[in-house]
Write a protein of this length. Structure first.
Length: 52
């Protein structure tokens, strides 16, 4: 369970790389079942930068 995903990329210089790797592993099933949450502002930002 990761309730505040935005804390991962807002507090680290390489945070967006960390989030990309985390989400790729989560989508592929490597991490097993779980829950990742973020606020609406963080979700809007991630949707915008995901394919950059």
């Amino acid at each position: 369970m990761l309730p505040n995903l935005e804390h991962c990329y807002m507090r680290h210089a390489g945070g967006l790389t960390l989030v990309r790797r985390l989400l790729e592993r989560a989508v592929s099933g490597q991490l097993g079942r779980g829950l990742i949450g973020c606020d609406s502002w963080a979700w809007a930002y991630l949707q915008k930068v995901w394919n950059e």
